[in-house]
Design a protein around this ligand. Sequence first.
Ligand SMILES: Cc1cc2nc3c(=O)[nH]c(=O)nc-3n(C[C@H](O)[C@H](O)[C@H](O)COP(=O)(O)O)c2cc1C
Length: 255
Amino acid sequence: MHNSETMIKATLLNRKTIRKYSEKPVEDKLLKEILIKGCRASTTGNMQVYSIVVTRDEAKKMELLPFHFNQKIIKEAPVVLTFCADFNRFNKWCLERKAEPGYDNFLSFFTAAIDALLVAQTVCIAAEDEGLGICYLGTTTYMAHKIIEALKLPRGVVPVTTVTMGWPAENPDQPDRLPLEAVVHNETYQDYSAEDIDGFYSEKEGRTDSKKFIAENNKETLAQVFTDVRYKKADNVYFSKMFLQVLKDQGFMNH
Ligand SMILES: Cc1cc2nc3c(=O)[nH]c(=O)nc-3n(C[C@H](O)[C@H](O)[C@H](O)COP(=O)(O)O)c2cc1C
């Protein structure tokens, strides 16, 4: 087998999120190569309706820190990347070329968000293939309005995810996944019976770390840790309203 082929296979199968980074710097040249690879990701109509904001400056990281709910990884990671859905650049190109952009709507936001996430994940794979560690931060969509201010994102630009990157200084166990049959459907969707759910979630629920998680959070089931502690309805509703406002303010909900 071709050597690079073996490498990408191992990169994908062995990957895990890394949340602790060493002091070793991530060189600009390497970061550039990773970003070049990332930008080969598929993109809607080859429009590249995304932008990537690179944060390396300590002061800027400190500014971003509270908007990521003080997750200390923001200040500890040598590189922080904010991936944005971006129709601003494309709209400007259209307007300067006698073309009328029609991208001030939700579908266009979603298109640009898909583009941004595809480039983000391709950057992550390219980085992990170099031995770097990454961690996504979902806090970006919770505090998008503040990140917009800090990164000076103009109208037409919405941050959709953040990735921290650095050389690994930890080697955690690889987290579990549901069995493949739980997530793959052949030809048509096969809805889940209560027995299917029992079967597909039994390994996850039986794990020592899951049991610890339930006890630490004073809950009866693992699912309750998600619904009552980690991803609560009240938070989801609150941050949904804020994010919809961001989409309006950034010019994506005019129709
Ligand atoms: C969109 C997204 C948002 C995430 N947000 C956070 C986060 O805010 N903080 C964090 O420590 N990990 C975050 N993660 C990492 C996940 O917790 C991690 O991918 C998951 O537990 C599976 O672990 P693995 O990547 O090691 O397989 C996020 C992952 C994704 C895809």
